[in-house]
Design a protein around this ligand. Structure first.
Ligand code: PHE
Length: 341
């Protein structure tokens, strides 16, 4: 019997289980009521006393060992089955998933586009990697204009004639080169400037450019379009003002502010104590630019504007720090789930 115990111990040790069927076989062989080990306990009772002493201990050990192995097999099988069964277990509660939300900049961008679509503008696009001509030269920038400086513009190292566009005005040029008036387009897109990243500045941001060229287009037309936009964006009570400014590609040029308010400390900070927030540059397209792009300045005139999407989103949603737009912090992004645009 001792021999048989040793033999069985070896068999129990060697047994491996990876399926339900193998587990069943193990049970049948070693641990069931009718299995050999239990049978041996019955035989054991019949043994003479002195042999019982020698056999009792190892027999108990064998039984113990077989049980321990069984527990181990059951554990490991349960673990692997939990994984294997998961996709098929229709009784598990569903995975609700997260619906996701539009980014606040996309929400604002879509709104801007839809306001101007209502005025008959179509959307135009241009490349983010531009050449010097479309970003600067055609737009009447002097060769030594500071905007071309390494400090402001990201140039492509291999060929400094190429750069990351610093404004969407480059798309104006492309549109005028390819189309004769009447032109009425909107060009949304990402732009890049070599700025130190802070709450108020980033090395990339978004603009929406507008361009209208036709016979007899005046500054008053521009003001009207921009007032209409401000009302659609910020509400019927929205006030705007145009301040004289300078851009190489517009003459006359202006900057447009919207009234923000001056009641809280935040308002002071946001508006630098004026109550007004600048949201875009604009002006009448310089005749030189029309000429550079193949449009007759004696016949046609037009206006252009370029606004910052981040800034407008800041106004609408009171976003205190520009960096929030690109940090992908879900606590920030989730706040926009309920806004549909
Ligand atoms: N491109 C100018 C900027 O980035 C904005 C602008 C666009 C000004 C069109 C006038 C006309 O600041």
């Amino acid at each position: 019997m001792l021999e048989q115990i040793k033999q069985l111990m070896a068999e129990v040790q060697a047994f491996a289980v990876s399926t339900e069927e193998e587990l069943e076989e193990y049970r049948r062989k070693f641990t069931n009521k009718k299995a050999v080990i239990n049978q041996m306990f019955t035989d054991f009772r019949e043994l003479p006393g002195e042999i019982k002493r020698d056999v009792g201990k190892p027999l108990n050990e064998l039984k113990q060992m077989a049980q321990t192995r069984l527990d181990e097999f059951q554990q490991s099988l349960k673990g692997s089955q939990a994984v294997a069964n998961r996709p098929n277990d229709l009784s598990l509660p569903g995975d609700p998933g997260l619906p996701g939300a539009r980014h606040p900049l996309s929400i604002v961008l879509n709104k801007i586009v839809s306001v101007f679509e209502g005025l008959g503008y179509t959307v135009a696009e241009g490349p983010e990697i531009e050449d010097d001509f479309h970003n600067f030269t055609a737009l009447n920038f002097e060769d030594n204009h500071p905007a071309r400086d390494m400090q402001d513009t990201f140039f492509v190292r291999r060929d400094p004639d190429f750069l990351l566009r610093t404004h969407t005005s480059s798309v104006q040029v492309r549109v005028m080169q390819e189309n004769q008036p009447p032109i009425r387009v909107l060009a949304p897109g990402r732009v890049y400037r070599n700025e130190a990243i802070s709450a108020r500045a980033h090395c990339f941001f978004h603009q929406v450019e507008g361009l209208v060229i036709d016979e007899g287009v005046s500054f008053a037309d521009m003001r009207q379009a921009l007032q209409y936009f401000a009302n659609a964006m910020f509400g019927e009570q929205a006030k705007i003002r145009l301040r004289p400014s300078y851009f190489p590609f517009t003459e006359i040029s202006a900057e447009m502010d919207v009234w923000w308010g001056l009641e809280t400390e935040d308002d002071y900070r946001m508006t630098k104590g004026t109550g007004w927030v600048e949201i875009m540059g604009c002006g009448m397209v310089d005749p030189n630019v029309l000429r550079n792009c193949g449009i007759d300045p004696d016949r046609y005139s037009g206006f252009a504007f370029g606004m910052g999407v981040e800034r407008i989103s800041q106004l609408l949603y009171r976003v205190p720090d520009l960096r929030l737009y690109s940090q992908n912090d879900l606590r920030f992004l989730r706040q926009f789930e309920k806004i549909d645009a």
